[in-house]
Design a protein around this ligand. Sequence first.
Ligand SMILES: NC(=O)c1ccc[n+]([C@@H]2O[C@H](COP(=O)([O-])OP(=O)(O)OC[C@H]3O[C@@H](n4cnc5c(N)ncnc54)[C@H](O)[C@@H]3O)[C@@H](O)[C@H]2O)c1
Length: 383
Amino acid sequence: MTRKTVRIAMNGVTGRMGYRQHLVRSILSLREQGGLDLGDGTTLWPEPILVGRREHALRAIAERHDIEHWTTDLDAVLADPSVDIYFDAQVTSAREEAVKQAIAAGKHIYCEKPTGTTLAGALELARLADAAGVKHGVVQDKLFLPGLLKLRRLVEGGFFGRILSVRGEFGYWVFEGDWQSAQRPSWNYRAEDGGGIVADMFPHWDYVLHELFGRVRSVQALAATHVPQRWDEQDKPYDATADDAAYGIFELEGGAIAQINSSWTVRVNRDELVEFQVDGTHGSAVAGLRKCRVQHRSATPKPVWNPDLPATEPFRDQWQEVPDNAEFDNGFKAQWELFLRHVALDEPWRWDLLAGARGVQLAELGLKSSEQGRRFEVPELSL
Ligand SMILES: NC(=O)c1ccc[n+]([C@@H]2O[C@H](COP(=O)([O-])OP(=O)(O)OC[C@H]3O[C@@H](n4cnc5c(N)ncnc54)[C@H](O)[C@@H]3O)[C@@H](O)[C@H]2O)c1
């Protein structure tokens, strides 16, 4: 077995996503398993170079995980020809500039969503990366979650018949920060810093709907800021200028209609933090992050509306669990492996910066729909 090193500059690893999901659960986990077996007698060995603004925070992570390379000098790391990939999990507002710089330096690009703060900016990144001939990708982790993989299995197996509708419920209560500390960074609640639940979640809904049920053809949304004041990391009050809940309706190619509520101001009365109910002529399913339950048409009860009587059947017990039938790895790691294979072996890859721009487009049109009280067609994007 020969070992080939791939050097990855990882920017934003002091943040929630960059640290836990991308560094620890993906890249370090790949190293713990001995690297990525490419199946051709080669093992790909990822070597992270931690990049960030705060020296002490980077040093602490490097020491904790025995990582040799870290720097606060992005220019220098991009000028280093031995660095193959630039990865970005910074705050959204910092992404475009850094990714542009990395493309100009000829690095392959992998980054978090949303890929930009505007459609124009996100498209420009896709165009620049394509023109530079570098490989590029955007994180679309939800596709690799066990619950959604089971849902995809059902769609591909024809379980649903004709799919009629998808109803998604995402959210949980994010504390305001005064009485109990907030469990999300404060920039999420400031529009001027790239925050807002539409910008955060619509990119996810775009690729989930597109990949499982059909391209989003139109969007109609109402965004709200239900909690107007919050407290930041320094316990200082600030005005929440970004939306913290969004109620969206999406028409899909193929005729299905999706309706998704996204909220940081809702208390969970569900089995999981996100759940999608899919109803089709032949069957229905409810999928979460991990689990998926189904009800076939042959096992569908026939309730009769009568408010004078208590519910006659235990409706939630009438669903059947879809078995795993496979081992599911961490979704972020699974996608990293595919990206690394794409870089090393030129294997097919479709979650590129154009797909990232589609997510930004849906968010932008969703906000415009909310502002203007209108439904918008979603034009197909091309480079
Ligand atoms: N794929 C997912 O499920 C998912 C989930 C949450 C967040 N995200 C995305 O990941 C990115 C990071 O989100 P997070 O929740 O980890 O944020 P975070 O605030 O925890 O981390 C942000 C990182 O960016 C760095 N940074 C660079 N410039 C900054 C600036 N001017 N101000 C503040 N921080 C700056 C910070 O040091 C830190 O490393 C966002 O783009 C977000 O949309 C993706």
